[in-house]
Write a protein that binds this ligand. Structure first.
Ligand code: DON
Length: 569
């Protein structure tokens, strides 16, 4: 490693920012954000969830028992980010078979949904309808996904892996400052629905920091799931209560939508970079392909001087992001419903086309990349965790209810907060979603289709052995955060800790602006401005959780930008 890289790594390994800060010299608290282990490691943004995973291993369980327990605890602890009314993805390297498998337990549109769902009578887009209320909710996939995966690979009983979540819902916990903030911000939406008022309000006000948050109904629902398995959620009393409530609020969901919901096992996206093999999530996520497209475009371009913040390298990486996101806007949707040009997008010819733009001596506008239209907005949240064990089982899972508190509806008597994942569809060609992501007809609403996602659980291998598992929350920003962390590891040779701590930047083609974190190097920022980039300095919600694996050496790093919890055993 040359001296310049070393100096740079020392600079940003000692600085970061906590969420929402904006100061340029924040020092992360690494005390809970890194861990090593002989048997097992986990990184999340929640100590309770990490502990639940570790507990399963201590009780004689395996990594999938840990996955299930951690998922259910997160679903109880972070109702603003995830929940059993949501969905997610898992990328799993199964050591016994040596195979990498992708599980899609994404929400699904009700059968009756169609492409006019989010249009007003005059044909314009009704943006609120896809975010709040019954129409915003897809049929949840989380419970079906976790239980099916656990059934296939888990060692402990279903009751054991759900128990920590039931206990947490039953006993409750104190509302943290972050939780209180999201409640305050979401007060108006939540106040519209009785179930949400009952759960999140006290004396007419949303719960405050330090208040006890108990979810007795959710504990009972989880007990039913624990006893009956998926049928406890997708059939019978709970499913009927959910469907009736959605129906009463003008929803299109039927009991058949719930009964028929199935998670899907899919072939992961597989690509290479610099001798590493990178696995990602296929459609309905755009994440795996976009991360690989960014890598493919850059690999042939040779980021020669090894400096991650050299202006030329940031400029090229930004153009690689812009071209990949332009493709996202044009081609992507649920590949079970459209003619999706996956092979073309991942081909060397396609990368070579994109690579031609890298020689530009100035910033490129969205129109120079492509001609479609879109516009921005920005909220936060979702969860990601990564795990590894001594046998070489490695996993990355991202789970969500989409925006804060999903569609804002808690189904009375069940504790289930429904997602607003339907907003990830494109309401009309050219319309954009919560994350400013532009979409085409490829991602239009259709019955039983799954909305396009950016979630990017990623596994990285070298010489046939797993090395890293990664992922993050934060909508479209997930893709750039995961791509940059991957580049930091496989191009710039950083440690996992430095790769996660390094300042980030993001360009999603539209809007025509480059985001940089507050502690992004000033010199590079000035040089980028001189190239014509419209730069926004801001913090955003990516929290990359990673683990690294090599024989006999497991480590975990959770993003110190949040409430990191890395644990080892
Ligand atoms: O699937 C997606 O891409 C989004 N629904 C993820 C939402 C998310 O990450 C929110 N976090 N800030």
């Amino acid at each position: 490693m040359n001296l310049r890289i070393l100096v740079l790594l020392l600079v940003f390994s000692s600085c970061s920012h906590m969420n929402g800060g904006g100061s340029k010299a924040l020092h992360p608290d690494w005390s809970k954000a890194q861990a090593t282990g002989d048997k097992f490691v986990v990184s999340t943004q929640s100590e309770r969830a990490s502990q639940a995973g570790k507990l399963m291993i201590e009780q004689g369980g395996n990594i999938i028992d840990a996955f299930a327990a951690t998922s259910f605890v997160l679903a109880v602890e972070e109702p603003y980010a995830t929940g059993i009314g949501g969905g997610g993805f898992l990328l799993f390297r199964h050591a016994a078979t040596g195979k990498v498998v992708a599980y899609d337990f994404r929400e699904q549109a009700p059968a009756k949904a169609g492409d006019k769902l989010f249009l007003k009578a005059d044909g314009s887009v009704d943006a609120e309808r896809s975010k709040t209320g019954a129409h915003a909710a897809g049929v949840p996939g989380l419970v079906a996904g976790i239980l099916e995966i656990h059934n296939l690979y888990g060692r402990l009983s279903r009751e054991k892996v759900i128990k920590p979540a039931i206990e947490l819902a039953e006993s409750g916990f104190k509302v943290s400052s972050g939780f209180a903030y999201t409640l305050k911000e979401s007060k108006d939406r939540l106040s519209k629905y009785r179930g949400s008022r009952d759960l999140f309000f006290k004396n007419g006000e949303v719960l405050k920091e330090g208040d006890l948050f108990q979810q007795k109904d959710l504990a009972e629902t989880l007990r039913t799931i624990s006893k009956k398995g998926r049928d406890g959620f997708y059939k019978g009393k709970i499913a009927w209560a959910t469907v009736m409530y959605l129906h009463k609020n003008d929803g299109l969901h039927t009991i058949s939508d719930f009964v028929r919901y199935r998670p899907k096992k899919r072939d992961p996206i597989k690509g290479t970079y610099n001798g590493y093999t990178v696995y990602g999530m296929p459609p309905p996520s755009s994440g795996g392909i976009l991360v690989q497209q960014i890598l493919n475009t850059l690999e042939g371009a040779r980021l020669g001087n090894g400096m991650p913040f050299d202006v030329d390298n940031v400029h090229k990486t930004t153009i690689a992001m812009q071209t990949a996101f332009a493709d996202r806007g044009k081609y992507f949707g649920d590949a079970d419903f459209i003619d999706f040009p996956q092979a073309k997008l991942l081909s060397e010819d396609w990368a070579a086309e994109h690579r031609k733009l890298l020689d530009s001596k100035r910033a490129l506008s969205a129109d120079e990349i492509s001609t479609a239209k879109g516009f921005p907005k920005e909220p936060d949240h979702t969860v990601h965790f990564s795990m590894a064990d001594q046998e070489g089982n490695v996993l990355a899972s991202t789970q969500t209810i989409n925006g804060w508190y999903g569609n804002a509806m808690v189904v009375p008597g069940t504790g289930i907060l429904m997602n607003n994942e339907m907003d990830d569809f494109s309401a009309a060609p050219g319309a954009s979603n919560l994350f400013g992501a532009y979409g085409s007809a490829a991602n239009k609403v259709e019955g039983r289709k799954r909305p396009l996602s950016s979630m990017s659980p990623t596994l990285i291998f070298k010489n046939g052995e797993p090395r890293y598992a990664l992922g993050s929350p934060n909508g479209t920003r997930i893709i750039s955060c995961v791509a940059l962390t991957t580049l930091n590891l496989v191009e710039y040779g950083m440690s996992l800790k430095n790769a996660i701590a390094a300042p980030r930047y993001h360009h999603q083609w539209r809007p025509d602006e480059l985001w940089v974190e507050p502690y992004f190097p000033t010199k590079t920022k000035d040089e980028l401005a001189a190239l014509g980039y419209k730069i926004q300095e801001k913090t955003w919600g990516c929290k990359v959780q990673g683990v690294s694996w090599s024989p006999g050496k497991l480590s975990a790093v959770a993003d110190p930008r949040g409430s990191a919890s890395a644990l080892g055993l």
